[in-house]
Write a protein that binds this ligand. Structure first.
Ligand code: KIV
Ligand code: ZN
Length: 512
């Protein structure tokens, strides 16, 4: 019998800690549903005690997700743990993940605690958590830079108190594969009750080795859980990327000898969803989910692949969710074909009313664009493209004029609280003029910290997908807009970001 490798996804917690990647409750819920479709074993939904927004997001996910275990992070104190338990109360399967730093540097400089105090707090917290939940994960933060004797004492104690998973974070991405693998093996060998817990790896990517380190923790160290995020999203250089670790274990089953339950055909949709929601664009040469990951440009490669696919391909693009059939629908396509394509893409709309609204947006797009690709459909049904009744601002229409040697000028009509307003401005270019026209009326005072345009399906005929990141009073939000006209896409993205700045209560983890 082969062992199973547990996939623990922390896109919604550690991934969200990336500056600018904060998500609303509804965005998190949508991603959680996609993670469940992917058959992720454990979804870390957030950090319930960190804010009311995060509490609500964990609670909503705990209630909605049926097949995956839903987890909340908590510091090692009774208040945080009780809050996590409360948020998880509705879950089919719940896990509390509690942590405290154990490295000399973190204990002395950050916590200002002695090792003895940390030892006691870790022990008591796990005891307290175990009374509230049967599934407890413990993490010694900065574990990899901790003194190994001290770490063994702490981990033995928390297993004795009932921790069921022990996770060993390389919090600052300092590890190298062989040493990290040996580190996990040493802990498992030296701790007398180590067999009572599942061992887990959690690696950051500061030196670009998060996936390699995680796999070494599995292969050399015997870990049976990997913590990872979609697209490797996460603070600084990110976390171990789910798609890479999963496809490494699946593709090299001969070497790892492990089963993963992940349904890989949903990987690309999950990647797009996370990228669209956060505005973190996936680099084209990113393994598995990058636009070029399966593209063969050189003549020799193309010739080889046509003769026998495995000459240059170790995985099949369609197995991870890339579709062969790129042109999917056009203006003559009917509602049933549209509905079927949504199903094929793994998109579940809540009601017939939502399907009808999405179909109307599809028809409107098909009038302006002859070929509709999967990417267009996904953009059409993304949260961002669906106006919510709580939105303060809505796009109506735009005209702009730019000509060589002339100052570009834009005039825009948009709604504020349901009422149409018109505003005009000059700018450096048509996009600049349009956004200045909005700002001239709204006066948000927000600073733009990112503006990016991505051609959704790779040609000049495609829709432009624009991400605008705004910062105001310490809060950072992303707005995304898609349209064949990139000036319109930019205006939609800007209005979407303003709506998010507006809806304070909805923001899950505003970052300061
Ligand atoms: O990187 C880290 O140490 C963490 C822990 C809270 C698990 O994310
Ligand atoms: Zn982390």
């Amino acid at each position: 019998m082969t062992d199973k490798l547990i996939i623990f996804d922390t896109t919604l917690r550690d991934g969200e800690q990336s500056p600018g990647a904060s998500m609303t409750r509804d965005e998190k819920l949508r991603i959680a549903r996609q993670l469940e479709r992917l058959k992720v074993d454990v979804i870390e939904a957030g950090f319930a005690a960190s804010s009311n927004g995060d509490f609500e997001a964990v609670r909503a996910i705990a209630q909605a997700v049926k097949d995956s275990t839903v987890c909340s992070l908590s510091r090692a104190n009774d208040r945080d743990i009780a809050r996590a338990a409360e948020a998880l109360a509705g879950a089919n399967r719940a896990r509390i993940h509690t942590f405290i730093a154990t490295s000399p540097l973190h204990m002395e400089k950050k916590l200002r605690m002695t090792p003895e105090q940390v030892y006691e707090q870790a022990r008591q917290s796990v005891r307290f958590a175990r009374n509230l939940c049967g599934d407890i994960e413990f993490s010694p933060e900065d574990g990899y830079r901790s003194d190994v004797d001290f770490l063994c004492r702490v981990l033995e104690a928390v297993i004795e108190e009932g921790a069921t998973t022990i996770n060993v974070p390389d919090t600052v991405g300092y590890a190298v594969p062989e040493l990290y693998g040996e580190f996990i093996r040493t802990l498992r060998t030296r701790i007398p009750n180590s067999d009572k817990a599942i061992w887990s790896v959690h690696c950051h990517n500061d030196l670009g080795m998060a996936v390699a380190n995680s796999l070494a923790g599995v292969k050399i160290g015997g870990a049976r859980q990997v913590e990872c995020t979609i697209n490797g999203l996460g603070e600084r250089a990110g976390n171990c990327s789910l798609e890479e670790v999963v496809m490494a274990v699946k593709t090299r089953r001969d070497y790892f000898g492990l089963e993963v339950d992940i349904d890989a055909k949903h990987i690309v949709a999950a990647s797009r969803m996370v990228s669209q929601t956060t505005g973190f664009v996936v680099q084209p040469n990113k393994a598995v989910v990058g636009a070029n990951a399966f593209a063969h440009a050189s003549g020799i490669h193309q010739d080889g692949v046509l003769k026998a696919r495995d000459t240059y391909e170790i995985m099949r693009a369609e197995d991870v969710g890339w579709s062969n059939n790129k042109i999917v629908l056009g203006k003559l396509s009917g509602r049933n074909a549209f509905k079927q394509r949504l199903q094929d893409l793994g998109v579940e709309l809540e009601s017939e009313t939502d399907i009808n609204a999405a179909f109307a947006r599809f028809k409107e797009l098909a009038d302006r664009k002859s070929e509709i690709f999967d990417e267009d459909i996904l953009a059409l049904v993304s949260d961002e493209s669906v106006a919510s009744e709580n939105d303060q601002y809505g796009f109506v229409s735009l005209s702009q004029h730019s000509e060589t040697g002339e100052v570009p000028r834009a005039s825009i009509v948009f709604t504020v609280g349901g009422k149409e307003v018109r505003s005009q401005s000059d700018g450096n270019g048509p996009v600049d003029a349009s956004l200045k026209a909005i700002e001239a009326h709204v006066n948000s005072g927000a600073e733009m910290v990112l503006y990016s345009v991505n051609a959704i399906s790779g040609s000049t005929e495609s829709q432009g997908e624009v991400t605008v990141r705004l910062q105001n009073s310490g809060r950072v939000v992303n707005g995304v807009g898609a349209d064949p006209d990139i000036v319109v896409a930019s205006a939609k993205a800007y209005l979407s970001a303003l709506n998010k700045l507006q809806s304070k209560a909805d923001r899950v983890a505003a970052q300061g």
